[in-house]
Design a protein around this ligand. Structure first.
Ligand code: PEP
Ligand code: MN
Length: 284
């Protein structure tokens, strides 16, 4: 028995545009290929995978990684150009140059791309980016969410490491209520007392969100665990739990990575993960 039509139904959900009560059927987000030859659907029961390096480091790195993840079955390429780092001395990303590289590779491989925005003033630079990511640090940035509510592009909204389900859905409501209904929620781990993993992956958030909202829910086991050996089992768990997609960090040479190399899969590990997922998908 679920929450809907039940006395345990959370009052705060009532009337929200993101709620199942307002729309019972799943929102399906359609992302056309750059040349229009196919459409990636998110939320239709399939498992599109977004993969790529944490950060764009150069043209060759991006091209090599994109070719490898495409070969393994990833439908979307993901790379960060603007990085919000904990330390001001860490690599902040290639910024607009990084977005240009993504746009080139997008055309060359006919692959839609995903990249993170950190400032609404940068929106014009994202013209050739198919899906805009809001990172966990900006999930609570209502001004940015409001700006993104006015555009016609899908948004991946990552759950803050300290956000409740209610706070995540309220953040999504900012985007949807302003007119942009193309929101994809992303579980990427929450902070707990456990120091052995980077975060704690809240697998239960996936079926819970799927019950409370019609929006697609994807999972990011790379940031949730911080450990490459946990990415495959947690991807399988998220898939079994009903995820509408996965976000996976892949690097051709993790030791040399400028950001998050320690949690990145190499292309061979990514290919192995993709074939393991086929089995789970066939039984859900
Ligand atoms: C990322 O996706 O590379 C990232 C920094 O994610 P998060 O905002 O979830 O930490
Ligand atoms: Mn990262």
């Amino acid at each position: 028995m679920g929450f809907i039509n039940n006395e345990r139904y959370p009052e705060w959900l009532d009337g929200l545009l993101v709620s199942r009560g307002e729309q019972s059927e799943n929102t399906v987000i359609e992302v056309p290929a750059p040349d229009g030859s196919f459409t990636v659907k998110i939320g239709d029961g399939s498992l599109p995978v977004m993969a790529g390096p944490c950060t764009v480091e150069g043209r060759t790195q991006v091209l090599e990684t994109a070719m490898a993840v495409k070969r393994a079955g990833a439908l979307l390429f993901r790379g960060g150009a603007f990085k919000l780092r904990t330390s001001p001395y860490d690599f902040p990303g290639m910024r607009d140059e990084g977005l240009k590289i993504l746009a080139e590779v997008r055309e060359q491989l006919n692959m839609p791309v995903v990249s993170e925005i950190v400032n609404a003033a940068h929106l014009p630079l994202f013209e050739n980016i198919d899906i805009i990511q809001v990172g966990e640090r900006n999930m609570r940035n209502a001004e940015l969410l409001t700006e993104l509510s006015r555009i016609d592009k899908p948004i991946v909204l990552k759950r803050s490491h300290s956000a409740t389900i209610k706070e995540l859905l309220m953040a999504a409501e900012y985007i949807v209520s302003g007119g942009n209904r193309q929101v994809i929620l992303c579980e990427r781990g929450i902070r707990t007392f456990e120091p052995m993993t980077r975060n704690t992956m809240d697998i239960s958030a996936i079926p819970l969100l799927k019950e409370l909202t019609h929006l697609p829910v994807i999972a990011d086991p790379s940031h949730a665990t911080g450990l490459p050996q946990l990415v495959k089992p947690m991807s399988m768990a998220a898939t079994a739990a009903g995820a509408d997609g996965l976000l996976i960090e892949v690097h051709v040479n993790p030791e040399e990575a400028l950001c998050d190399g320690g949690q990145s899969l190499v292309p061979e590990e990514f290919a192995d993960l993709m074939s393991a997922l086929t089995g789970i998908l066939s039984v859900r």
